[in-house]
Design a protein around this ligand. Structure first.
Ligand code: TNX
Length: 537
């Protein structure tokens, strides 16, 4: 009798150990970045298992992408995806997704209780963001286990929506090139932060990185530079002697655009004009004022050689390029650059001077304005709008142009006061190429100014603007220029976690609290670790 009792207890004990080891416990921590509008912990836990279903009480085109996110996250745990069913009623032990017509585009509610997970939204995008939040509640210990049958999620009620509609990052793939896989990983990182714009800097002096069928030499010649400066532009005159290049085919571009769309991110292409054009001039020298003698830039900085604004053939080129660009990118906005365009060549160029005279322009600055307006008109005729760096304000900008304020917030403030939309991207606060620590990382060259996490976090895009003017600030963007960023791993290090800080500026503007952010960042960094992302500690 005693022996039998002993055996049964031993079996029960073993079973319970097994059950426990296959359950991932939550310690109740609820840390979400960017910080939700409303968040209230509840009692108890939801048990997520391989049998949990996703119950769709409403469906839409984007829903497969929203649910794909959670399935990609849970599949490695359960070795299978969650089943998705349509139903007209909610059910217990499941993830119920329902429609709330009162919710804005990106808004969601997420309620986790012992009985069920309830998500509501008015769009698939809202559902996607609910899953991005839910993902941050999965205990990190789940990632170290091989056999899991239950994952506990803490009870919580979340209601959430962003402050700004535009939350982006620019990635410069010209100064250094990044592969399609690396671009996709960057898009995943943006999605994790509920960011919704990827600004792709595709052309510059040092390379042309997008295939254009009508102008094959842009990539045949323009995508390759003979060599690259070693060290910092201000202190070095040494080159590596090695050709450097890379570009994306149109098929690869389409693949990236689709990948981003599936994560509710709009890709905004940037085609730099009229400055930062040396790679294009090398491929087609007739596009420049001198007409010959160009070679793809091998150092950093600003070249005096720019597109000739006098010749009509330049505009024909712009229109041809932008026609192919519009076919590839469904984005409402096309970024046309506009920054750092020296006027020295235009001053000497008879065609440019003739254009100034003919159009009754005051000077070369107004000639750049003429270029901007003419290109804008062409894009408007095709239903698109322009974004330009803040220099475009100097040249008689039209009310339809959106200003990306980079030299400070001044450009954005001026734009807002004029009634132009603006995106705030001031270098002192959001330039991710600037160094975040005084220590040297892997011998990488430092550039710009000291820009630690806290400073990014402190950025106020509404500074100096009254309520009326604030309406013209679409949002915020971080810029990752890559003159001194030679590997993707280092690019991630420069991005993270400063991008997390910017994401919170854009999403949670009115409830920022740096100390609280730092606490929540510990959880998010844990997720960076399991995802294998390189980030600054
Ligand atoms: C200025 S920001 C530039 C870029 C450089 C960057 C380096 C802007 C519109 N132009 O061409 O890469 O500084 O920080």
């Amino acid at each position: 009798m005693r022996r039998k009792f002993f055996c049964i207890s031993a079996i029960l004990f073993t079973l319970s150990i097994l059950a426990c080891t296959n359950t991932v416990k939550t310690n109740g921590t609820i840390n979400i970045i960017p910080k939700p509008v409303y968040i209230e912990p509840g009692n108890g836990v939801f048990k997520l298992t391989a049998n949990t279903k996703i119950v769709l009480l409403f469906n839409s085109n984007g829903m497969p992408y929203a649910t794909n996110l959670i399935n990609e996250v849970v599949k490695p745990f359960f070795k299978k995806k969650l089943q998705i069913i349509e139903a007209s009623e909610t059910s217990n032990n499941n993830i119920n997704i329902s429609y709330n017509k009162l919710f804005a585009d990106e808004e969601y509610a997420l309620s986790i209780s012992a009985e069920q997970i309830a998500i509501s939204a008015s769009t698939a995008k809202g559902v996607f963001y609910a899953f991005e939040s839910l993902r941050q509640l999965i205990p990190l210990s789940a990632y170290n286990k091989t056999i899991i049958d239950t994952i506990e999620l803490p009870s919580v009620n979340v209601n959430d929506k962003p402050t700004f509609s535009y939350r982006g990052m620019m990635f410069d793939v010209v100064r250094h090139f990044y592969t399609v896989e690396e671009i996709k990983q960057t898009i995943d990182i943006l999605a994790l932060h509920k960011m919704n714009r990827f600004h792709w800097h595709l052309t510059d002096d040092q390379g042309w990185r997008i295939e254009i069928k009508k102008y094959p030499k842009l990539t045949e010649i323009g995508s390759i530079r003979n060599e690259t400066l070693i060290g910092h532009l201000d202190y070095s005159n040494t080159y590596d002697g090695k050709p450097y290049g890379g570009f994306y085919t149109q098929n690869e571009i389409k693949e990236v655009v689709r990948y981003a769309q599936e994560r509710f991110i709009t890709v905004i292409p940037e085609i730099e004009l009229p400055g930062h054009a040396v790679a294009a001039l090398t491929a087609y020298p007739y596009l420049g004022c001198k007409g010959s003698g160009y070679s793809v830039y091998t150092k950093w900085g600003v070249s005096h050689d720019v597109f000739c604004a006098g010749k009509d053939s330049t505009f024909k080129f712009f229109e041809d390029i932008l026609t192919e660009v519009m076919e590839l990118f469904p984005s409402e906005y096309i970024h046309i650059g506009g920054d750092e365009c020296p006027k020295t060549e235009w001053e000497k160029c008879p065609a440019c001077q003739a254009r100034i005279k003919k159009e009754g322009l005051k000077n070369e600055i107004m000639l750049q304005g003429y270029v901007t307006n003419r290109v804008e008109k062409f894009l408007n005729q095709h239903g698109r709008k322009i974004i330009g760096w803040d220099e475009i304000l100097e040249g008689n900008v039209t009310p339809g142009a959106t200003i990306m304020s980079w030299r400070g917030s001044e450009g954005g403030i001026e734009a807002a006061k004029k009634g132009n939309y603006a995106i705030m991207s001031p270098h002192r606060f959001v330039y991710l190429d600037y160094f975040q620590t005084y220590d040297s990382i892997d011998g990488q060259v430092k550039t710009g100014a000291y820009l630690p996490l806290e400073k990014v976090y402190s950025f106020d895009p509404y500074d100096q603007l009254n309520t009326q003017e604030q309406k013209f600030i679409l949002g915020v963007q971080a810029n990752l220029w890559t003159e001194y960023i030679t590997t993707y791993s280092y690019a991630q290090y420069m991005m993270l976690p400063r991008l997390s800080a910017l994401a919170e500026v854009g999403w949670s503007y009115d409830r920022k609290d740096y100390n609280d952010f730092k606490t929540r960042l510990k959880s998010l960094s844990g997720l960076f670790d399991v995802m294998g992302y390189n980030y600054a500690k």
